[in-house]
Structures are given as structure tokens and as C-alpha cells.
Design a protein around this ligand. Structure first.
Ligand SMILES: NC(=O)C1=CN([C@@H]2O[C@H](COP(=O)(O)OP(=O)(O)OC[C@H]3O[C@@H](n4cnc5c(N)ncnc54)[C@H](O)[C@@H]3O)[C@@H](O)[C@H]2O)[C@@H](O)CC1
Ligand SMILES: [K+]
Length: 499
């Protein structure tokens, strides 16, 4: 079944864009304190739904408006008869504006504000209202120490708007970040809730639009789109008169000595996702085994670039790289076909060869680096890629004028025109060999059936992640080939072959 998260918005914003939306809502007549009150009510609702019997909260507050939300939650909890420990990290008298009003309301409701110290004992559900979208730079003391102790407490944690310490733009932990069980986020979804470190920190995600005017929300610029049923392009249904020539001839090139399985996985994946014809160019010694496993794949042993060119000229789409190796064989094959004017998917060793600088990418390409490959392509460290994944994926798309898939939790797809899409699905059982080969074949098959590079890559990433999630119940040890029939089924569910 295609699990749906379509109650979450599709647009993803930067912290600055959400701040801007806040300001425009206020200018349009909703006072900031009213938005804060709505944020607190949304948080309190989510808290009672998840932990109805807790009866006790520790609310950790900082100094900005995120703290303001926390103070109002403390007021609601106390009025509901819960035991409340209201703990101010840093100087509580430094609050201004709406946050100061919220603090006054918490006190008026009967709360006592205690200064947080390293000896403070937390109790009940911990509400993290230390830092929100106003975080800038690495988390400073005493916040960092408070976050470390909170994480070590073993208590359930609700993060207000975003786990404190997580960068709303990049999803990177700025030194240290709260590890939440539940995050309640407001007004506009931040991209940083989904990528880099975020999947470990956010927990369950609840969104509340604080009754923002939909027209104002729709007019707010976004940095990315979340892949979802409503945002993904579908393959068109097939006419009843369809024949195989209409759905593309895809050629996979790869499978150096000892790596034959990778290319075969890509070919099998392409076949099972609807490519009209699938060929495989590989080392001659792999041909017999490939034919025995998958007779539908036209498998050719190639020893030279010329042999490959003869095959590639008949293909509509190329998938280059699975198990290609970086030796003379792989390099000569890749150089031979790189310039062909057909859509191409560059994966795995094709990307390492590309990073070497000798071979140039042609037009109409999709490249699929993981963070290490992206780092080599950009000439920076993997840590630098992960520190700002949106920036890295966009830099690659522009540098290579290609569609780029940056893999890893919270996968991102970018086009050179600036579009970015995020995949918030997937599962850690997918961290295994061969999963990328299956994905490359799937992207190729969607290209072969007529989708453009960006749409094909987004749909492929989403189907692949969904398939992984739906097989995750069986636990560790997912074989990449297990994914192929599930992807086939999900694709049919999402885009039926017949109208
Ligand atoms: N009208 C509004 O603006 C609304 C804001 N809302 C809340 O307000 C939050 C944003 O509020 P603010 O812009 O006041 O910012 P925050 O409350 O997120 O953070 C600002 C505070 O953090 C401190 N700070 C920044 N970087 C730090 C670092 N590296 N180490 C330690 N301290 C640091 C600042 O000195 C300041 O005291 C949102 O996340 C949301 O929770 C909601 O109440 C909805 C309405
Ligand atoms: K927070």
C-alpha cells in the first residue's frame, strides 16, 4: 500500500521564508501573540494525544519566541491540572515582546519559573522550547549542556517547532540537538526537518498551520517541494494497442570483473519497471549467468569501446556505472558513450570516473551521487556536503547542468533551474548493497517510458523509498532484488498501466 503523508504540506521553506510569512500574517491582522497562543494550543493538543496519562511536564524555555510558545504550554498544562516544572535556561528576565507576555501569562496561571542548572532533575514529558528558527551558529552554553542532559534523561521529549539545535535550513545539528519523540511544527514546514541529521532528531512530525490565510501561505516562496502523491508526475496509461517499441530501449553498461551483479540488478529493475526493451553490456564472463537469471534481458559481452558503440547506438536511454569499476575497461566504455545524445543515468563508478576529470558528462543526464561521491565531484569533504545538503545538490545540478539525486536520508533531487524535491520516506533497512543499482535501473526505465529527468528521478526515488519502507517489517538483511517486485506493484498502484 502507498502510505500517505498527504496531510503534511508539499511546500518546504527556509527559516527566513517562515519568518517572512509570520510577519505577513501579523501585518494582515493576526497579532503575533495570537499566533503564539495558537502554537501553544497545537502543541498541547499533540502532547495530550501522544501522552494522555503523563500528568506531568518539564518545560525547558530559552529567551526567544520559541520560549514564548513553551511558556504558554506551561500555562495550559497547569490549568489542566498537570504538574509543571518550568525551567528557564539562561536569563528569564531577558525576554521581550510576545515572549515576555507569554512568560507573564505562565506566571499568572500559577507557574513558578525555576532557573535550570546542571543538577535539575527533569520529570514527565519534556517540552523543548529552547531554540526555534531563530538559532544561529553552534549552540552556546548553557543551552548545549541542557540539551545534552535532556537527551540523556531517557524521558519522552516533545520539541516545539523544531528540535533545539537543528538548523531549520539544512537539517544539520549545530553542535548538539535535542532528540525528540514528537515535533510540532508551525505555519510553514522547514526543509531542515527532513534531511541530514533531522531524521534522527525529529521523531513523529505534527504540523499546524495556525489558521494562516491559505492565500498568504501559497504566495510564500519555497526552497523545495516534498515528494508526495499530489506533487509527483505519473506515467501515462498505455493504449490498448501498445507495443514494446513505444516504451524505450534501455542499455545498462557495467559489471566489471567481480561486479557483475550490480549491472544485472539495474537491468532487472528496469525490466520490471516497464522499459520496453532492456540490454546489458558487461564483461563477457558474466553473460551466461545473466542470461540464466534473466533471459528477457539482451545480454552482450563487450571487450572494447567499439563493440559498445554498436549497441549504444540502438538504445534510447543509457544507465552507466553499476559495477563499472574504475579500471581501463570501465573508463574506455564510459568515454565511448558519454557524448551520445540520449538521456543517461550516471551512477556509482561512472561518478567516480567523472570526478577524475577526464570524462565529461553529456546533456540530458541524471547523476545519482551519495554524499561521498558528491564530495568528490565538488572537490570538498563529505562533511561539507552533509553540512548543507540543499546547497550541495544545487551546486552539482548547476555545475553539471544535470538532474542530481543526492542520496542519504532525506534524499534531495535538484535541477539546474533551481528546483529541489525532497523525499521524506525510506528506512534504515535500505542501507545495504545493490539498492542504488535497483534505483538507477528504475530511473532509467521511467526515462525510457517518456518522463523527463527531474520527474523520473523524483518518482523513482519515492517508489524506491516506499518499497523499502513496506519491506522493513521483515527487518535487517533486505536484499536489493527483493525490492524489485514491490516497486513494480507500487508503480502499478500509483500509475496503472490501463486507464
Ligand atoms: N509570531 C512569531 O514570530 C511566532 C513565532 N513562533 C515561534 O518563535 C520561534 C522563532 O522565534 P525567535 O525568532 O524569537 O527565535 P528563537 O526563539 O528560535 O531563538 C532566539 C533566541 O535564541 C538565541 N540564540 C540564537 N542562536 C543561539 C545559539 N547558537 N546558541 C544559544 N542561543 C542562541 C537568541 O539569542 C535568542 O534569545 C519559532 O521557532 C516558533 O517556535 C510561534 O510562536 C508562532 C508565532
Ligand atoms: K525547540
Amino acid at each position: 500500500m502507498l502510505a500517505s503523508r498527504d496531510d503534511l504540506p508539499i511546500s518546504l521553506h527556509s527559516a527566513a521564508q517562515v519568518r517572512d510569512l509570520d510577519a505577513r500574517l501579523i501585518a494582515a491582522g493576526t497579532p503575533g501573540f495570537e499566533l503564539m497562543r495558537r502554537a501553544a494550543h497545537a502543541t498541547w493538543r499533540a502532547l495530550r494525544r501522544r501522552w494522555p496519562e503523563a500528568g506531568c511536564v518539564s518545560v525547558l524555555v530559552g529567551k526567544g519566541n520559541n520560549a514564548g510558545d513553551g511558556y504558554l504550554v506551561a500555562a495550559l498544562a497547569l490549568r489542566a491540572g498537570w504538574r509543571v516544572k518550568l525551567l528557564a535556561v539562561g536569563a528569564a528576565d531577558a525576554l521581550v515582546g510576545d515572549a515576555a507576555l507569554a512568560k507573564d501569562e505562565a506566571v499568572a496561571a500559577g507557574n513558578q519559573i525555576q532557573p535550570w542548572t546542571e543538577c535539575t532533575v527533569l520529570e514527565g514529558v519534556v517540552v523543548d522550547a529552547l531554540l526555534g528558527t531563530g538559532l544561529s551558529g553552534a549552540v552556546r552554553e548553557p543551552y548545549a549542556q541542557a540539551i545534552r542532559l535532556l537527551n540523556a534523561s531517557g524521558l519522552p521529549v516533545l520539541a516545539v517547532d523544531i528540535p533545539s539545535g537543528l538548523c531549520a535550513d539544512t537539517g544539520r545539528m549545530l553542535g548538539v540537538a535535542v532528540r525528540a519523540d514528537l515535533t510540532v511544527s508551525f505555519i510553514g514546514l522547514k526543509l531542515g526537518l527532513f534531511t541530514a541529521d533531522a531524521p534522527n532528531q525529529v521523531g513523529e512530525l505534527v504540523f499546524d498551520d495556525l489558521q494562516a490565510d491559505p492565500a498568504l501561505v501559497a504566495a510564500t516562496p519555497r526552497v523545495a517541494e516534498r515528494m508526495a502523491v499530489g506533487s509527483l508526475q505519473r506515467l501515462a496509461p498505455r493504449p490498448r494497442t501498445a507495443h514494446k517499441g513505444q516504451f524505450g530501449h534501455l542499455l545498462v553498461v557495467g559489471g566489471d570483473r567481480g561486479l557483475g551483479g550490480a549491472a544485472l540488478l539495474s537491468a532487472e529493475s528496469a525490466l520490471r519497471s516497464g522499459a520496453g526493451l532492456v540490454s546489458l553490456a558487461t564483461r563477457p564472463e558474466h553473460v551466461a549467468a545473466a542470461l540464466a537469471r534473466r533471459p528477457e534481458v539482451m545480454c552482450a559481452g563487450v571487450s572494447s569501446a567499439n563493440q559498445l558503440l554498436g549497441l549504444a547506438e540502438k538504445a534510447d536511454v543509457l544507465v552507466l556505472g553499476p559495477g563499472l569499476g574504475q579500471g581501463a575497461w570501465g573508463r574506455s566504455l564510459l568515454s565511448a558513450v558519454a557524448g551520445l545524445a540520449v538521456p543517461q543515468v550516471w551512477d556509482a563508478d561512472a561518478l567516480n570516473l567523472l570526478a577524475g576529470g577526464e570524462i565529461r558528462l553529456g546533456g540530458r543526464c541524471v547523476i545519482t551521487p551519495h554524499p561521498g561521491e558528491a564530495a568528490r565531484l565538488l572537490g570538498i569533504s563529505t562533511a561539507e556536503v552533509q553540512a548543507d545538503r540543499p546547497r550541495a545538490v544545487l551546486a552539482l545540478a548547476r555545475r553539471f547542468d544535470a538532474v542530481v539525486l543526492l542520496k542519504g536520508a532525506g534524499s534531495l533531487v535538484a535541477a539546474s533551474d533551481g528546483r529541489i524535491a525532497l523525499c521524506d520516506r525510506g528506512h534504515p533497512v535500505m542501507a545495504g548493497a545493490g539498492l542504488g543499482d535497483v534505483l538507477a535501473g528504475l530511473i532509467g526505465a521511467l526515462l525510457a517510458q517518456g518522463m523527463d529527468g527531474y520527474a523520473a528521478t523524483c518518482l523513482a526515488v519515492w517508489l524506491h523509498a516506499h518499497a523499502g519502507e513496506s519491506l522493513a517489517r521483515q527487518g535487517r538483511g533486505l536484499a536489493a532484488s527483493d525490492l524489485i517486485p514491490t516497486i513494480r506493484q507500487l508503480l502499478e498502484e500509483f500509475a496503472p498501466c490501463l486507464k
